[in-house]
Design a protein around this ligand. Structure first.
Ligand code: HEM
Ligand code: HEM
Length: 176
């Protein structure tokens, strides 16, 4: 038996559903801001983005709770100390962005005149319209999206490096 440590099934399911959702949301976000203002298409895509973003936020909360109550697998014994530190730091940053990205979007949208709908259901309005707050929070949302995209690219490159250098077991830790 190889006895390779791996993430449990719930952690893997959450990793991949959130990964697909976040990658889709980055693409959708950059696509929708190019749709001309005042067209029905723009409202449809913006509402889809907000709904999927709220869903991502809820899944991230579940994932964090799961992660904090379930020990992740130990790193492979042949992994260098600097590599472990880099992986841990990268994962921590990814978690921070998973929280801040939907949060900044939700907060920003709470201060606009439309509020936030979750697949057609208007979420409770707790804020009044404030264009200044909306725009500054949206500034963070846009900056975080860029950081997120760069960090995900590095994360995927690191996983590919494992696969190409014959350390498939390292990448398989997060597979079904
Ligand atoms: C789409 C391509 C992706 C691939 C191939 C991939 C691959 C992996 C692999 C192999 C691991 C396990 C690392 C280890 O050995 O500990 C991992 C962990 C992780 N991935 Fe991904 N990933 C992808 C996308 C993403 C995305 C989009 C996010 C962020 C939303 C993400 C966030 C994380 C985090 C936070 C961990 C650490 C898990 C923990 O220790 O709790 N991944 N990923
Ligand atoms: C994983 C979660 C999310 C990701 C990855 C994401 C990503 C993005 C991206 C890439 C953009 C385009 C940025 C740009 O133009 O430079 C964007 C814009 C936007 N996002 Fe998100 N977003 C997320 C969650 C949310 C949530 C939860 C909401 C609101 C409930 C939201 C509301 C918006 C709005 C309103 C815009 C358009 C801003 C404008 O008018 O230009 N986002 N998002």
């Amino acid at each position: 038996m190889r006895g390779q440590a791996r993430y449990d099934r719930v952690a893997v399911l959450l990793h991949w559903s959130i990964a697909l959702l976040v990658l889709g949301m980055l693409a959708l976000g950059y696509y929708m801001v190019g749709i001309p203002k005042g067209t029905p298409d723009r409202a449809v895509y913006f509402n889809l983005h907000k709904s999927c973003g709220v869903l991502a936020g809820v899944l991230v909360v579940i994932r964090l709770l799961w992660r904090l109550t379930h020990r992740p697998p130990a790193f492979p014994v042949d992994m260098a100390a600097w590599n472990i530190k880099a992986a841990q730091g990268g994962h921590l940053l990814l978690y921070a962005l998973m929280v801040l990205q939907p949060l900044s979007g939700y907060l920003s949208s709470s201060f606009n005149k439309y509020g936030v709908k979750f697949f057609g259901l208007q979420l409770p309005r707790w804020a009044t319209e404030d264009a200044g707050l909306r725009d500054s929070l949206m500034g963070y949302h846009k900056l975080l999206a860029l950081l997120f995209a760069v960090l995900i690219a590095l994360h995927v490159l690191a996983a590919c490096k494992h696969l190409l250098s014959g350390r498939q077991h390292a990448a398989r830790r997060m597979w079904f």
